[in-house]
Design a protein around this ligand. Structure first.
Ligand code: NAD
Ligand code: DAU
Length: 350
């Protein structure tokens, strides 16, 4: 095989879409998915490709220095696409330390292991770190985050991601490690863990449970269909310039309350309910601590330099997403039947 690529966090939401894309599109790459299978990791997400000859799964914790070093020496990857992370802002408010371990220490372990096997021979090598727009902080009503926006993370999650971004840049500057970073806006689509707004709301609407909206529901997010993020990752991994950062966004801003009302309309239609039935479940709850008001991404660098465009309009993407969750009710039920119940009660019902 021509190349061996490590994808960390490949059993999670975005990671599973990236693994699928790479396994199918590049039969001459050996894709090794490294994932600890935390509450967010789910091998069901990869059922369709798990037997493909160019795919291998390794259960490993990126915090485990020795194990990570062993895997790098075993496979000698020439590329790393690093998605493994603690990814939910609310959990970072309840338990910040775990975010420091996985998102910062875990990233450094991967950087060190890559350095140790690549030594100073960096030809055709690349460490690609997947990050978030939240590192830039929060916007008022106007403006967009560009790659030049100063970092201003405001939650333990975004601070841990910002720290890891800076460490990746430092390894590029100090050791010459070939790196690239991308910072993406909110993703939505199939396989997202139902702690995040859209799948949580779909699950609650389906079960006629209250839809919790933090504060006044006025916060704004820029939503991108997950497959479009995976396509951007493919482009940046292969064509992005060494040491550069690329912003990725959907140019698709929604106030939370408007987004949920739109979702309610789609759900009423799909479930053959009277219009307004799902919206009657909307319930305003206590705001998230330190809740960032608005994120909005300027993706022009990625579009102009690498020719990326999102392929799906939100109107279409949200219908596809609802269809997926309604069709894959077993996937959803398996998740919400276990630990999730405990999390949900602690978070929303206490
Ligand atoms: P996710 O929570 O769905 O998945 C994370 C995956 O990482 C899971 O499979 C989990 O098992 C694995 N993981 C967690 N800790 C690990 C550890 N210590 N060792 C090995 N594996 C571990 O996350 P996601 O939403 O798919 O996000 C993936 C990446 O993309 C993250 O780095 C996140 O910061 C970034 N990102 C997410 C979004 C979004 O909207 N979801 C947007 C921009 C950037
Ligand atoms: O911007 C990229 C980030 O998007 C990623 O880096 C994170 O990994 C990802 O989790 C996401 O963060 P958000 O905090 O924006 O996503 P979340 O789905 O948790 O919340 C979206 C908005 O909805 C946010 O303003 C909070 C609000 N919300 C969320 C939940 C879970 C509610 O009003 N009620 C809820 O129950």
């Amino acid at each position: 095989m021509k190349r061996t690529i490590f994808i960390t966090g490949g059993a999670g939401f975005i990671g599973s879409h990236v693994v699928r894309l790479f396994v199918n599109k590049y039969p001459d790459y050996h894709i090794v998915n490294i994932d600890e299978l935390t509450y967010a990791g789910n091998l069901e997400n990869l059922k369709d490709i798990e037997k493909t000859p160019n795919y291998t799964f390794e259960k490993a914790n990126i915090i485990d220095t020795k194990e990570i070093q062993r895997l790098f020496e075993k496979y000698m990857p020439d590329g790393v696409i690093h998605l493994a992370a603690e990814s939910h802002v609310d959990r970072s408010i309840t338990n910040p330390t775990e975010f420091i371990h996985t998102n910062i220490v875990g990233t450094v372990n991967l950087l060190n292991a890559a350095r140790s096997i690549w030594k100073d021979n960096f030809e055709n090598k690349r460490f690609y770190h997947i990050s978030t727009d939240e590192v830039y902080g929060s916007l008022d009503e106007e403006g967009f985050f560009t790659e030049e926006t100063p970092y201003d993370p405001r939650s333990p999650y975004s601070a841990s991601k910002a720290s890891s971004d800076l460490l990746v840049r430092a390894y590029n500057h100090t050791f010459g490690l070939p790196v690239v970073i991308s910072n993406c806006s909110n993703n939505y689509g199939p396989n997202q863990f139902p702690e995040k707004l859209i799948p949580l709301a779909i699950n609650n609407i389906k079960n006629m449970k209250p839809i919790p909206i933090y504060g006044k529901g006025e916060n704004v997010r820029d939503w991108l269909y997950v497959v479009d993020h995976a396509n951007a990752i493919d482009l940046i991994f292969h064509k992005g310039r060494n040491g550069e950062t690329y912003n990725i966004g959907g140019n698709n801003e929604w106030q939370n309350i408007k987004l949920i009302k739109k979702l309610c309309e789609v759900m009423d239609e799909k479930l053959n309910r009277e219009p307004g039935t799902s919206a009657s479940l909307i319930t305003y709850v206590k705001d998230r601590a330190g809740h960032d008001l608005r994120y909005a991404i300027d993706s022009s660098k990625l579009m102009n330099e690498l020719g990326w465009q999102p392929s799906l309009q939100f109107e279409e993407g949200i219908v596809k997403t609802v269809d997926w969750y309604l069709t894959n009710s077993e996937w959803l039920n398996n998740i919400v039947s276990g630990e999730y119940q405990k999390y949900y009660t602690e978070m929303y019902e206490k």
